[in-house]
Design a protein around this ligand. Structure first.
Ligand code: TRP
Length: 330
Protein backbone atom coordinates (compact mmCIF):
# COMPACT_ATOMS: atom_id res chain seq x y z
CA UNK A 1 0.00 0.00 0.00
CA UNK A 2 1.16 3.52 -0.78
CA UNK A 3 2.26 5.62 2.18
CA UNK A 4 0.21 8.69 3.00
CA UNK A 5 1.84 12.09 2.63
CA UNK A 6 0.14 15.23 3.90
CA UNK A 7 1.00 18.89 3.83
CA UNK A 8 -0.82 21.99 4.96
CA UNK A 9 -0.39 25.21 3.06
CA UNK A 10 -0.53 28.58 4.77
CA UNK A 11 -2.99 30.85 2.96
CA UNK A 12 -0.86 33.97 3.02
CA UNK A 13 1.06 35.61 0.22
CA UNK A 14 1.86 34.62 -3.35
CA UNK A 15 4.06 31.76 -4.43
CA UNK A 16 7.50 32.76 -5.68
CA UNK A 17 10.26 31.10 -7.70
CA UNK A 18 11.87 29.84 -4.48
CA UNK A 19 8.67 28.01 -3.48
CA UNK A 20 8.40 26.57 -6.97
CA UNK A 21 11.90 25.09 -7.13
CA UNK A 22 11.65 24.15 -3.47
CA UNK A 23 8.66 22.22 -2.18
CA UNK A 24 6.11 22.58 -4.97
CA UNK A 25 7.93 20.74 -7.74
CA UNK A 26 8.45 17.93 -5.24
CA UNK A 27 4.74 17.88 -4.35
CA UNK A 28 3.92 17.57 -8.04
CA UNK A 29 6.29 14.62 -8.34
CA UNK A 30 5.14 13.00 -5.08
CA UNK A 31 1.47 12.92 -6.02
CA UNK A 32 2.27 10.02 -8.36
CA UNK A 33 4.24 8.05 -5.78
CA UNK A 34 2.23 8.51 -2.59
CA UNK A 35 -1.31 8.85 -1.41
CA UNK A 36 -1.16 12.67 -1.10
CA UNK A 37 -3.31 15.10 0.86
CA UNK A 38 -2.68 18.80 0.35
CA UNK A 39 -4.91 21.36 2.04
CA UNK A 40 -5.21 25.08 2.60
CA UNK A 41 -4.91 25.76 6.34
CA UNK A 42 -7.51 28.53 6.55
CA UNK A 43 -8.43 27.90 10.21
CA UNK A 44 -4.79 28.31 11.15
CA UNK A 45 -4.74 31.66 9.36
CA UNK A 46 -7.36 33.01 11.80
CA UNK A 47 -4.76 33.37 14.56
CA UNK A 48 -3.79 36.71 13.01
CA UNK A 49 -7.41 37.90 12.52
CA UNK A 50 -7.49 38.44 8.75
CA UNK A 51 -10.18 40.80 7.42
CA UNK A 52 -13.23 38.82 6.22
CA UNK A 53 -12.72 40.39 2.80
CA UNK A 54 -9.27 38.79 2.52
CA UNK A 55 -9.89 35.32 3.94
CA UNK A 56 -11.60 33.82 0.89
CA UNK A 57 -9.41 35.69 -1.61
CA UNK A 58 -6.28 34.27 0.03
CA UNK A 59 -7.60 30.71 -0.14
CA UNK A 60 -8.52 31.22 -3.79
CA UNK A 61 -5.07 32.58 -4.63
CA UNK A 62 -3.25 29.69 -2.97
CA UNK A 63 -5.48 27.08 -4.61
CA UNK A 64 -5.11 28.64 -8.06
CA UNK A 65 -1.35 28.86 -7.76
CA UNK A 66 -0.90 25.26 -6.61
CA UNK A 67 -3.18 24.00 -9.36
CA UNK A 68 -1.28 26.09 -11.93
CA UNK A 69 1.99 24.53 -10.77
CA UNK A 70 0.67 21.07 -11.54
CA UNK A 71 -1.04 19.66 -8.44
CA UNK A 72 -3.64 17.41 -10.03
CA UNK A 73 -6.87 17.33 -7.99
CA UNK A 74 -7.84 14.06 -9.68
CA UNK A 75 -4.67 12.41 -8.33
CA UNK A 76 -3.91 14.16 -5.02
CA UNK A 77 -6.62 15.09 -2.55
CA UNK A 78 -6.63 18.90 -2.54
CA UNK A 79 -9.02 20.52 -0.08
CA UNK A 80 -9.77 23.43 2.19
CA UNK A 81 -9.37 22.72 5.91
CA UNK A 82 -12.60 24.49 6.94
CA UNK A 83 -14.60 22.20 4.62
CA UNK A 84 -13.79 19.25 6.88
CA UNK A 85 -15.70 19.58 10.19
CA UNK A 86 -14.19 16.28 11.39
CA UNK A 87 -10.85 18.10 11.81
CA UNK A 88 -12.47 20.50 14.30
CA UNK A 89 -13.94 17.62 16.30
CA UNK A 90 -10.64 15.76 16.43
CA UNK A 91 -8.95 19.02 17.49
CA UNK A 92 -11.40 19.33 20.40
CA UNK A 93 -10.71 15.75 21.47
CA UNK A 94 -6.94 16.10 21.14
CA UNK A 95 -6.99 19.31 23.22
CA UNK A 96 -7.98 17.21 26.23
CA UNK A 97 -4.64 15.40 26.08
CA UNK A 98 -2.43 18.40 25.37
CA UNK A 99 -0.85 20.11 28.36
CA UNK A 100 -0.64 23.87 28.75
CA UNK A 101 3.00 23.63 29.85
CA UNK A 102 4.23 21.83 26.75
CA UNK A 103 2.24 24.15 24.48
CA UNK A 104 3.70 27.24 26.18
CA UNK A 105 7.21 25.90 25.68
CA UNK A 106 6.82 25.58 21.88
CA UNK A 107 9.29 27.88 20.11
CA UNK A 108 6.74 29.04 17.52
CA UNK A 109 4.37 30.05 20.35
CA UNK A 110 7.08 31.90 22.27
CA UNK A 111 8.01 33.73 19.08
CA UNK A 112 4.38 34.74 18.48
CA UNK A 113 4.12 36.02 22.05
CA UNK A 114 7.10 38.23 21.32
CA UNK A 115 5.82 39.39 17.93
CA UNK A 116 2.09 39.89 18.55
CA UNK A 117 1.86 40.71 22.24
CA UNK A 118 -1.52 42.39 21.73
CA UNK A 119 -3.07 39.17 20.38
CA UNK A 120 -1.85 36.12 22.27
CA UNK A 121 -5.00 34.08 21.67
CA UNK A 122 -5.74 30.48 22.69
CA UNK A 123 -5.67 29.47 19.01
CA UNK A 124 -1.98 30.34 18.93
CA UNK A 125 -1.34 28.22 21.99
CA UNK A 126 -3.13 25.22 20.57
CA UNK A 127 -1.85 25.70 17.02
CA UNK A 128 0.21 22.48 17.27
CA UNK A 129 -2.90 20.55 18.40
CA UNK A 130 -4.85 21.67 15.33
CA UNK A 131 -1.87 20.77 13.20
CA UNK A 132 -1.68 17.33 14.81
CA UNK A 133 -5.41 16.84 14.10
CA UNK A 134 -4.80 17.83 10.44
CA UNK A 135 -2.16 15.14 10.16
CA UNK A 136 -3.54 12.22 12.12
CA UNK A 137 -7.07 12.55 10.76
CA UNK A 138 -5.75 10.84 7.61
CA UNK A 139 -3.24 8.73 9.56
CA UNK A 140 -0.51 10.37 7.52
CA UNK A 141 2.96 8.79 7.69
CA UNK A 142 5.01 11.56 6.13
CA UNK A 143 4.76 15.31 6.41
CA UNK A 144 7.03 17.38 4.16
CA UNK A 145 7.75 20.64 5.97
CA UNK A 146 10.57 23.14 6.38
CA UNK A 147 12.87 23.47 9.37
CA UNK A 148 10.57 25.96 11.09
CA UNK A 149 7.82 23.33 11.38
CA UNK A 150 9.90 20.46 12.77
CA UNK A 151 8.87 21.06 16.35
CA UNK A 152 5.20 21.04 15.34
CA UNK A 153 5.69 17.63 13.73
CA UNK A 154 7.40 16.43 16.89
CA UNK A 155 4.33 17.59 18.86
CA UNK A 156 2.03 15.74 16.45
CA UNK A 157 4.08 12.56 17.03
CA UNK A 158 3.81 13.06 20.74
CA UNK A 159 0.02 13.63 20.67
CA UNK A 160 -0.48 10.56 18.48
CA UNK A 161 1.66 8.46 20.83
CA UNK A 162 -0.11 9.82 23.90
CA UNK A 163 -3.54 8.99 22.48
CA UNK A 164 -2.34 5.45 21.82
CA UNK A 165 -0.96 5.16 25.36
CA UNK A 166 -4.02 6.56 27.14
CA UNK A 167 -6.41 4.30 25.26
CA UNK A 168 -4.08 1.30 25.07
CA UNK A 169 -4.27 1.09 21.31
CA UNK A 170 -1.95 1.35 18.31
CA UNK A 171 -4.51 3.36 16.40
CA UNK A 172 -2.53 6.36 15.18
CA UNK A 173 0.77 5.95 13.32
CA UNK A 174 3.45 8.44 14.40
CA UNK A 175 3.92 10.91 11.55
CA UNK A 176 7.46 11.66 10.40
CA UNK A 177 8.92 14.81 8.93
CA UNK A 178 9.87 14.30 5.30
CA UNK A 179 13.03 15.87 4.06
CA UNK A 180 13.55 16.58 0.36
CA UNK A 181 17.26 17.10 1.05
CA UNK A 182 18.95 16.55 -2.32
CA UNK A 183 15.84 17.44 -4.27
CA UNK A 184 15.57 20.97 -2.96
CA UNK A 185 17.05 23.67 -5.14
CA UNK A 186 17.71 26.77 -3.06
CA UNK A 187 16.83 29.90 -4.98
CA UNK A 188 18.68 33.06 -3.95
CA UNK A 189 16.97 36.43 -3.70
CA UNK A 190 17.65 39.59 -5.74
CA UNK A 191 19.00 41.62 -2.84
CA UNK A 192 22.54 40.34 -2.91
CA UNK A 193 22.38 37.87 -0.05
CA UNK A 194 20.40 34.96 1.32
CA UNK A 195 17.54 33.03 -0.20
CA UNK A 196 14.35 34.13 -1.88
CA UNK A 197 11.52 34.68 0.60
CA UNK A 198 8.22 36.54 0.65
CA UNK A 199 9.05 38.43 3.83
CA UNK A 200 12.49 39.45 2.56
CA UNK A 201 10.92 41.44 -0.32
CA UNK A 202 13.47 39.98 -2.75
CA UNK A 203 11.18 37.55 -4.54
CA UNK A 204 9.88 37.03 -8.06
CA UNK A 205 6.32 35.78 -7.79
CA UNK A 206 4.94 33.23 -10.22
CA UNK A 207 2.03 35.59 -10.85
CA UNK A 208 4.24 38.64 -11.63
CA UNK A 209 3.82 39.98 -15.17
CA UNK A 210 6.71 40.49 -17.58
CA UNK A 211 7.12 44.16 -16.75
CA UNK A 212 7.28 43.53 -13.03
CA UNK A 213 9.82 40.71 -13.45
CA UNK A 214 11.96 42.89 -15.70
CA UNK A 215 11.87 45.73 -13.15
CA UNK A 216 12.80 43.45 -10.29
CA UNK A 217 15.68 41.79 -12.14
CA UNK A 218 17.08 45.09 -13.42
CA UNK A 219 17.09 46.38 -9.82
CA UNK A 220 18.94 43.32 -8.46
CA UNK A 221 22.02 44.13 -6.40
CA UNK A 222 25.39 43.95 -8.22
CA UNK A 223 28.83 45.52 -7.68
CA UNK A 224 31.37 47.57 -9.63
CA UNK A 225 32.53 44.49 -11.55
CA UNK A 226 35.48 42.08 -11.38
CA UNK A 227 38.95 43.57 -11.10
CA UNK A 228 41.07 40.47 -11.64
CA UNK A 229 40.92 37.68 -14.18
CA UNK A 230 39.25 34.45 -12.92
CA UNK A 231 38.24 35.88 -9.58
CA UNK A 232 35.50 34.21 -7.51
CA UNK A 233 32.29 36.23 -7.81
CA UNK A 234 30.92 37.77 -4.58
CA UNK A 235 27.57 36.47 -3.29
CA UNK A 236 25.39 39.05 -5.07
CA UNK A 237 26.85 38.11 -8.46
CA UNK A 238 26.95 34.40 -7.76
CA UNK A 239 23.23 34.67 -6.91
CA UNK A 240 22.47 35.97 -10.40
CA UNK A 241 24.43 33.09 -11.93
CA UNK A 242 22.47 30.67 -9.72
CA UNK A 243 19.19 32.13 -10.95
CA UNK A 244 20.47 31.76 -14.52
CA UNK A 245 21.18 28.12 -13.81
CA UNK A 246 17.49 27.44 -13.23
CA UNK A 247 16.07 29.83 -15.84
CA UNK A 248 18.55 29.94 -18.74
CA UNK A 249 20.22 27.44 -21.07
CA UNK A 250 23.59 25.94 -20.00
CA UNK A 251 25.29 27.80 -22.89
CA UNK A 252 23.99 31.12 -21.59
CA UNK A 253 25.32 30.41 -18.10
CA UNK A 254 28.73 29.42 -19.48
CA UNK A 255 28.85 32.51 -21.68
CA UNK A 256 28.22 34.94 -18.81
CA UNK A 257 30.50 33.12 -16.39
CA UNK A 258 33.27 33.37 -19.00
CA UNK A 259 32.60 37.06 -19.53
CA UNK A 260 32.93 37.50 -15.78
CA UNK A 261 36.16 35.51 -15.60
CA UNK A 262 37.62 37.65 -18.38
CA UNK A 263 36.49 40.89 -16.72
CA UNK A 264 34.34 41.66 -19.73
CA UNK A 265 30.97 41.22 -18.04
CA UNK A 266 28.26 43.82 -18.51
CA UNK A 267 25.72 43.36 -15.76
CA UNK A 268 23.05 45.16 -17.82
CA UNK A 269 23.32 42.49 -20.53
CA UNK A 270 23.28 39.69 -17.99
CA UNK A 271 20.17 41.08 -16.32
CA UNK A 272 18.35 41.56 -19.63
CA UNK A 273 19.06 37.95 -20.53
CA UNK A 274 18.10 36.71 -17.06
CA UNK A 275 14.83 38.62 -17.00
CA UNK A 276 13.89 37.34 -20.49
CA UNK A 277 14.62 33.76 -19.41
CA UNK A 278 12.68 34.02 -16.13
CA UNK A 279 9.74 35.52 -18.01
CA UNK A 280 9.84 32.61 -20.47
CA UNK A 281 9.89 30.17 -17.56
CA UNK A 282 7.04 31.68 -15.55
CA UNK A 283 4.77 32.99 -18.34
CA UNK A 284 2.89 29.70 -18.87
CA UNK A 285 2.39 29.30 -15.10
CA UNK A 286 1.15 32.88 -14.82
CA UNK A 287 -1.28 32.30 -17.69
CA UNK A 288 -2.62 29.21 -15.91
CA UNK A 289 -2.95 31.09 -12.61
CA UNK A 290 -5.04 33.80 -14.29
CA UNK A 291 -7.19 31.24 -16.12
CA UNK A 292 -7.88 29.26 -12.97
CA UNK A 293 -8.55 32.36 -10.86
CA UNK A 294 -11.15 33.51 -13.38
CA UNK A 295 -12.84 30.11 -13.42
CA UNK A 296 -14.98 29.98 -10.29
CA UNK A 297 -16.92 26.96 -11.58
CA UNK A 298 -13.69 24.96 -11.91
CA UNK A 299 -12.48 25.99 -8.45
CA UNK A 300 -15.84 25.10 -6.93
CA UNK A 301 -15.61 21.67 -8.56
CA UNK A 302 -12.06 21.14 -7.30
CA UNK A 303 -12.82 22.00 -3.66
CA UNK A 304 -16.04 19.99 -3.68
CA UNK A 305 -14.24 16.93 -5.00
CA UNK A 306 -11.38 17.47 -2.52
CA UNK A 307 -13.75 17.79 0.44
CA UNK A 308 -15.62 14.65 -0.60
CA UNK A 309 -12.41 12.62 -0.84
CA UNK A 310 -10.95 14.04 2.39
CA UNK A 311 -14.16 13.47 4.34
CA UNK A 312 -14.22 9.77 3.49
CA UNK A 313 -10.95 9.24 5.32
CA UNK A 314 -11.68 11.87 8.02
CA UNK A 315 -15.09 10.49 8.96
CA UNK A 316 -13.77 6.91 9.13
CA UNK A 317 -11.08 8.09 11.60
CA UNK A 318 -13.62 9.99 13.68
CA UNK A 319 -15.92 6.99 13.89
CA UNK A 320 -13.05 4.87 15.23
CA UNK A 321 -11.83 7.58 17.61
CA UNK A 322 -15.28 8.12 19.16
CA UNK A 323 -15.54 4.38 19.68
CA UNK A 324 -12.05 4.16 21.23
CA UNK A 325 -12.74 7.08 23.60
CA UNK A 326 -15.99 5.49 24.72
CA UNK A 327 -18.80 7.41 23.05
CA UNK A 328 -21.69 5.04 22.51
CA UNK A 329 -24.97 5.38 20.65
CA UNK A 330 -28.18 5.24 22.69
N1 TRP B 1 1.88 25.29 10.10
C1 TRP B 1 2.18 25.05 8.71
C2 TRP B 1 2.95 26.27 8.16
O1 TRP B 1 2.91 27.31 8.75
C3 TRP B 1 0.91 24.84 7.90
C4 TRP B 1 0.19 23.63 8.36
C5 TRP B 1 -1.01 23.57 9.01
C6 TRP B 1 0.64 22.29 8.19
N2 TRP B 1 -1.36 22.30 9.24
C7 TRP B 1 -0.38 21.47 8.78
C8 TRP B 1 1.77 21.72 7.62
C9 TRP B 1 -0.23 20.09 8.80
C10 TRP B 1 1.89 20.34 7.64
C11 TRP B 1 0.89 19.53 8.23
O2 TRP B 1 3.59 26.16 7.14
Amino acid sequence: MKETVLSGIRSTGNLHLGNYFGAIRNFVRMQHEYNCYFFVADWHSLTTHPHPRDLHANVKTVLSEYLACGIDPEIATLYVQSDIPEIAELYLLMNMNAYIGELERTTTFKEKVRKQLDNVNAGLLTYPVLMAADIIIHKANKVPVGKDQEQNIEMARRFARRFNTIYETEYFPEPEGFSFSGNLIKIPGLDGSGKMGKSEGNAINLADDAKKIHQKVMRAVTDAGPTEMNQTPPEAIENLFKLMEVASTPETVIHFREQYAKCRIRYGDLKKQLSADIIRLTAPIRTRILEIQADDAYLAKVVKMGAEKARISASATLRDVREIIGFRKF
